[in-house]
Design a protein around this ligand. Structure first.
Ligand code: CA
Length: 621
C-alpha cells in the first residue's frame, strides 16, 4: 500500500518558490538604462505588436526570425514597460544587461610580447596548444588540400580584431562578404549593414572592427593556428575564415543587445561556428533565444567555461551554461593535461578541455604574445571544429559537438572534473569527420526553457490553483498530460509502462508551461535501455527503462503501482552519472499509461539528463 505523501506536495511548493528566488539575479545587474529586449509569442511581422508600442518606445532593432525587438523607452514613458510586461502576447521582456569579458586576473595577461620576426627566429616556439598531445600537425596531414570553397566561417564575438596583422593579411584569413561592394556606402546585400565587407563593429555600428583591447586578436590567431603554423615565415593560406564581430569595448564590456545582434548577424551571414571567449553570471532569456536560433540554423557554439576556478554545476556562468544542444563548454588544461588552476569545471556543465595555459598567438600591431585562460582554450576547439567541418560540411553543430567529444582523449587528471574527462584530439576529430562525409545532417528538436521569463500578470492570475494551494505544480501536471487526466485503472499488471514526468527544476517547468499554454510540443524521446532502481514504500524494485526525454522517462516493472503513490528512483545514465529523484504516480490519459510526477528539484538534474540525451538515438515512439 502506497501512501500519498502530502508533505512531498509542500516540499514541491517550497522548492519551486526557492528556485524562483534563486533564478533571479543574486546581485543587481548592470544594464543599459531605459533599454529592453522583448520576445513575443506572436509573429512580429504580421501582427500589430509594433504599432501597439511605437508611441511609447524607440525601436532600435528587430529580429524577425526570433520575434524579438530591441527598444528604448521614450522619456516620460517609463511606466509603459509595466503595460508591455502585462501584454499577453509578450513572452518575456528584460533589461538590456551589460556583459563583460571573462573575469581574468592572471589569465588573460599578456606575457612575453614578441614581434613577428622575433617569433620566427625562435625555433623552439611551436604551436602552443601542441605542447599537449592534441595532434594538430597530424590533423593537417589528413586534412583535405586548401580549397577556396572549403573554408568554414568562424564568427568571433569579442573585442574585434587587427585585420591588418600579417598573420591574417598574408593568410587571407578574413571572411569576405561577396555580396557587398566595398566602400560604396550602400547596403548591397540588404542585410542591414552598410559596407560590411569582413565583419562588423556593433558598438560604433561601423565596418571598423579594429581591436582596441587585444583579446579578440589573440583569440582569432588561435582559431587560425588550428589550421596552419602561425609562426612560420612561409605562412600557408588559411583553411578557416574569420568573421570578427566586435561587441566588447576597450574595457571588455558590451551589451546583451549587441551580443544578440552579433549572433544574429553571424548565423544569417553564413558562420557555422560561433566562438564565445567571454561570459559572466548574468542569465538573459534574450541571449538564450539568440543561441537557440543559432542552434536551429545548425551552428556550433563554443563557449569558454570561465576563469574563476569554480564548479559551473553550481556557479552561474553564461553563455557556457546555456543548455542549448550545440553549445559546448570548454575548460582549460595545461601541457600535461591537468586542469588549469584558474579554469572552471563541472561534471555536468563543462563538456571538454582544451589547452589554455601560456598560449602564444597574435596581438594587435603585428605582435605576438602568450596569454592564459579558457578564452584561449575555446578558440582552439572552434578551429579544429572548422577543420572537421571542411571534411564533412553537412554535419550540424550538434553532430559536430558530439564528434568533438567522442574523438577526445580521456586523461586521468580531468576525470571527475568535467563531463567527458577528456581533452580534445585534433587528429582523431578530423579523421573521424572524413569518415562522416556521407552522414546526413541531423539534430533533435529543441525549444529553450526561459528561466527568467517575465510572466504576464493576467496569465499568472488565470493559472489554475491546486487544492493544496500550490498552483505551480498542478498547472504543470495538467499541461503535461493535457487531456484533463483522471480515470483509467491499472492496465496489464505485469508490465506497467510508466511515463515519468521529470524533475525539471520547477521554475523552468513553470515558465515552459506558461510560454506555450495551448499547443505544447512533446519532448523528443531517446532510447535509453537501462535498469533503474525504484524504491516504493521501503521496497526496492528493479525496473527496465526504455526511453528518456527532458519531459519524462518510460519503463516497465513487474509490479502494480498505485495512483498517487510516492516513490524514489535512481537512474544511471550512459556516462555513469546517477540521479536520484522522488515523485508520485499519476495517470496519463494521452499515453494511456501511468506516470510519475517527480517532486524533487535538485539543481543539475535536468542538465544531467540533457547531457545524456545529447548522446542518445531518438526513439520512434
Ligand atoms: Ca550589407
Amino acid at each position: 500500500m502506497i501512501v500519498i505523501a502530502r508533505s512531498v506536495h509542500w516540499f514541491i511548493c517550497l522548492l519551486g518558490g526557492l528556485l524562483l528566488s534563486l533564478s533571479a539575479w543574486s546581485q543587481t545587474p548592470k544594464v543599459v538604462p531605459g533599454e529592453y529586449l522583448i520576445k513575443y509569442r506572436v509573429d512580429i511581422g504580421s501582427s500589430q505588436v509594433i504599432s501597439k508600442i511605437q508611441s511609447k518606445v524607440n525601436l532600435k532593432a528587430a529580429f524577425p526570425e526570433m520575434n524579438m525587438l530591441h527598444f528604448s523607452v521614450k522619456p516620460g514613458q517609463e511606466s509603459a514597460i509595466n503595460d508591455i510586461k502585462n501584454d499577453p502576447e509578450v513572452l518575456f521582456v528584460e533589461p538590456n544587461y551589460i556583459l563583460e569579458k571573462l573575469d581574468e586576473e592572471r589569465p588573460g595577461e599578456v606575457v612575453d610580447r614578441l614581434s613577428m620576426s622575433e617569433v620566427q627566429m625562435q625555433s623552439s616556439l611551436s604551436f602552443s596548444q601542441n605542447y599537449a598531445a592534441v595532434r594538430v600537425e597530424q590533423a593537417w596531414s589528413v586534412s583535405s588540400p586548401y580549397a577556396v570553397n572549403k573554408r568554414p566561417i568562424v564568427a568571433i564575438l569579442d573585442t574585434g580584431m587587427d585585420g591588418q596583422h600579417d598573420l591574417f593579411r598574408r593568410t587571407n584569413a578574413l571572411w569576405i562578404n561577396q555580396k557587398e561592394i566595398p566602400g560604396n556606402g550602400i547596403d548591397d546585400d540588404q542585410n542591414g549593414y552598410i559596407d560590411d565587407i569582413n565583419g562588423w563593429n556593433f558598438i560604433s555600428n561601423s565596418a571598423n572592427f579594429a581591436d582596441d583591447e587585444g583579446h579578440g586578436t589573440h583569440v582569432a590567431g588561435i582559431v587560425i593556428g588550428a589550421g596552419l603554423d602561425i609562426f612560420s615565415p612561409q605562412l600557408d593560406q588559411s583553411k578557416i575564415q574569420i568573421m570578427p564581430l566586435k561587441f566588447l569595448d576597450a574595457h571588455g564590456a558590451g551589451s546583451t543587445s549587441n551580443a544578440v545582434k552579433a549572433i544574429y548577424y553571424a548565423v544569417n551571414n553564413g558562420a557555422k561556428i560561433i566562438n564565445n571567449s567571454w561570459g559572466g553570471p548574468g542569465y538573459s532569456s534574450a541571449l538564450l533565444e539568440a543561441l537557440s536560433y543559432a542552434y536551429n540554423q545548425q551552428v556550433l557554439i563554443v563557449s569558454a567555461a570561465g576563469n574563476s576556478a569554480k564548479n559551473n554545476d553550481s556557479n552561474e556562468m553564461y553563455p557556457a551554461n546555456y543548455i542549448v544542444p550545440s553549445n559546448i563548454s570548454i575548460a582549460a588544461s595545461s601541457d600535461t593535461d591537468r586542469l588549469a588552476s584558474f579554469s572552471n569545471f563541472g561534471v555536468q556543465m563543462v563538456h571538454i578541455s582544451s589547452p589554455g595555459v601560456y598560449i602564444y598567438s597574435s596581438l594587435p600591431g603585428n605582435m605576438f604574445g602568450s596569454m592564459s585562460g579558457t578564452s584561449m582554450a575555446a578558440p582552439f576547439v572552434s578551429g579544429i571544429a572548422a577543420l572537421a567541418l571542411r571534411e564533412a560540411p553537412s554535419l550540424t553543430g550538434y553532430q559536430l559537438k558530439k564528434l568533438i567529444i567522442s574523438t577526445s582523449v580521456q586523461v586521468g587528471p580531468l576525470s571527475g572534473k568535467i563531463q567527458s574527462g577528456s581533452r580534445v584530439d585534433a587528429y582523431s576529430l578530423v579523421s573521424q569527420a572524413k569518415s562522416n562525409v556521407q552522414t546526413a545532417a541531423s539534430q533533435p528538436d529543441y525549444k529553450p526553457l526561459y528561466a527568467e521569463t517575465r510572466e504576464p500578470a493576467s496569465e499568472a492570475q488565470a493559472a489554475p490553483k491546486s487544492s493544496g494551494g500550490c498552483g505551480l505544480v498542478s498547472t504543470a501536471l495538467m499541461n503535461q498530460f493535457g487531456r484533463g487526466g483522471g480515470g483509467g485503472g491499472m492496465t496489464p499488471a505485469n508490465a506497467v509502462s510508466l511515463a515519468l514526468i521529470l524533475s525539471l527544476p520547477l521554475a523552468y517547468y513553470f515558465y515552459m508551461r506558461a510560454s506555450r499554454p495551448a499547443s505544447r510540443r512533446k519532448h523528443d524521446r531517446f532510447v535509453m535501455k537501462s535498469d533503474i532502481k525504484v524504491n516504493i514504500g521501503g521496497r526496492e524494485l528493479v525496473a527496465h527503462m526504455n526511453t528518456i526525454s527532458m519531459g519524462g522517462i518510460s519503463f516497465n516493472v513487474d509490479e502494480m503501482l498505485e495512483k498517487g503513490g510516492s516513490l524514489t528512483m535512481k537512474i544511471k545514465g550512459p556516462d555513469g552519472a546517477e540521479v536520484e529523484v522522488e515523485g508520485r504516480v499519476v495517470w496519463s490519459e494521452a499515453n494511456q499509461s501511468y506516470g510519475v510526477k517527480f517532486s524533487e528539484a535538485k539543481q543539475g538534474i535536468s542538465q544531467t539528463i540533457e547531457s545524456w540525451t545529447n548522446q542518445l538515438v531518438k526513439s520512434d515512439n
